[in-house]
Design a protein around this ligand. Structure first.
Ligand SMILES: [Zn+2]
Length: 71
């Protein structure tokens, strides 16, 4: 049983480190909202027109990255 837990912890740390590495990358602001087909002008110095769009897009990006990692 301990082996399984160790393995799970290792995998968890791997995902965590990958998430931190992805987060640390500086992202340049965009003039247009980056959320899918929104197309609204984004708020000054951000990449999104609203908090909702930012959360939506971050969830999407996160799920894409997670699919790549788990392969
Ligand atoms: Zn938007």
């Amino acid at each position: 049983m301990a082996d399984i837990i160790d393995q799970a912890m290792e995998e968890f740390e791997h995902h965590l480190n990958a998430a931190i590495a992805n987060r640390a990358k500086p992202v340049p602001p965009s003039l247009i909202c980056k959320n899918g087909d929104c197309g609204q002008p984004s708020l000054n110095g951000t990449r999104y027109c609203s908090c909702e769009c930012r959360e939506d897009h971050e969830k999407e990006v996160w799920s894409i990255k997670n699919r790549k990692i788990s392969r």
